[in-house]
Ligand binder design. Structure first.
Ligand code: DSN
Length: 431
């Protein structure tokens, strides 16, 4: 992206893009919901399809000039269904949240009961938080994890039988363990509820067949496409064929208007790429890296929620250290390591403080970070934990982190053009 025209017409804004590129390049990016999109995804997200307005499905559009977009949407269906082994897909949703809205619009009436993972044990806002507008229309009941940090399936089953929900949702934003989709789908069937998995965090791992898929078991599977799937800022929904018409209606006109064909094109590319050996190898390394980092952090006495991880993320419980989640997020940020504060199961701290941090391995793994570098990263995290307010320590870790990340560029230098490179930290340094 040369930003040639932006630079000519709006240097102030172009400067901010340069700064953000430099920040991302220099930083050890470990926010579990982030990834680095391959260059075609970036290109396609800003492609000529940005100009086209369309509503409806291929063959039943509300605007003219749809023929080529029809071909692209059908190609996306074919690739997505093959990749995930799904009976039906809708690739129009704007994001993971809008994918969830599509399903709710398809099958729920106001007053219906949804059963989902507790928000403070990291169910998603759109699964029933009182802070989200959806909670005005539906009733919510929540299941959670037990003392071991794993989903309490017994509680889940008892609650489902007692509450008789219309929909049971699984999937969360900081759950480091595999979910027993088959068990949850069976419970839903027993109580006459629909089952839905929001696989946003793990969609890339599922696509690469590194962890089990919810698609054979669940009635509906929703996802964003940014996180481990490493694609556009967008969404997707899968369902069993018997619900195809309901879902498509819940998507349009049920919950959204015109389609973002530009990000659909980017997803279309990713549905092909995610079937490649290259993507599989990255995703396999993501899990290996997460498990390796757990072991390294444990050497420094860090408590890891549930004792480990089966996926791309881990949650550190800081209660045995002299620091809370918010302080750690801020201190690590100053030290060039980007994570987010995180509630831990049964957290006594307030949600804006928290007792933990969440660490994700997708973005650093895409840049080529492996075990050798993770030894250093664990040591930096430990140094920052021991001295979160010592500016000298934070600066020193930042210098070491920037030095390391210079060896793992996000994108080939030539992609950004001369001017942007001149502004880039590779030339100037950030510290
Ligand atoms: N759910 C938020 C997260 O996991 O960071 C945003 O996707």
């Amino acid at each position: 992206m040369s930003l040639k025209e932006t630079r000519r017409t709006d240097p102030e804004l172009a400067g901010l893009i340069d700064e953000e590129l430099a920040r991302q390049e220099a930083c050890v990016e470990m926010i579990a919901s982030e990834s680095i999109v391959p260059l075609p995804v970036m290109e396609l997200s800003g492609s000529i399809f940005t100009n086209k307005t369309l509503e409806g499905l291929p063959g039943a559009r509300f605007q003219a000039g749809a023929g080529i977009a029809d071909k692209m949407e059908k190609l996306s269906w074919k690739r997505a269904k093959e990749l995930f082994g799904a009976e039906h897909v809708n690739v129009q949703t704007y994001s993971g949240s809008s994918a969830n809205h599509s399903v709710f619009a398809a099958i729920l009436e106001p007053g219906d009961k949804i059963m989902a993972m507790r928000l403070d044990q990291d169910g998603h806002l759109t699964h029933g938080s009182p802070a989200n507008w959806l909670s005005k229309f539906y009733n919510h009941v929540f299941y959670g994890v037990d003392d071991s940090g794993r989903i309490n399936y017994e509680e889940l089953e008892k609650m489902a039988k007692k509450e008789q929900p219309k929909l049971i949702i699984c999937g969360a934003s900081s759950y480091p363990r595999l979910i027993d989709y088959e068990k949850i789908a069976k419970i839903a069937e027993e109580v006459g509820a629909y089952s839905m998995c929001d696989m946003a965090h793990v969609a890339g791992l599922v696509a690469a067949k590194v962890i089990p898929s919810p698609i054979p078991y669940m009635d509906f599977v929703t996802s964003s496409t940014t996180k481990t799937f490493c694609s556009a800022r967008s969404g997707m929904v899968f369902c069993k064929e018997k619900y195809a018409k309901l879902l498509d209606k819940g998507t349009f006109p049920g919950s959204m208007g015109s389609i973002h064909l530009n990000t659909m094109a980017a997803k279309c590319w990713s549905f092909k790429y995610a079937a490649s050996e290259e993507f599989h190898n990255i995703m396999a390394q993501v899990v290996k890296n997460a498990q390796f980092l757990v072991a390294e952090l444990q050497k420094y006495g860090f408590e890891i929620v549930s004792g480990g991880t089966d996926n791309h993320l881990l949650v550190v419980d800081l209660r045995n250290k002299n620091v809370n989640g918010r302080q750690m997020q801020d201190a690590l940020d100053k030290a060039g390591i980007s994570v987010n504060k995180q509630v831990v199961p049964f957290d006594p701290a307030k949600p804006h403080i928290t007792s933990g941090i969440r660490i994700g391995l997708t973005a650093v793994t895409e840049r080529g970070i492996k075990e050798k570098e993770l030894v250093k990263i664990a040591e930096w995290i430990s140094r920052v934990t021991d001295a979160p307010e010592d500016e000298e320590v934070l600066k020193q870790v930042r210098r070491e982190a920037e030095e390391l990340m210079k060896n793992f560029p996000m994108y080939p230098a030539e992609y950004f053009g001369e001017q942007q490179l001149k502004n880039n930290y590779r030339e100037k340094g950030l510290s």
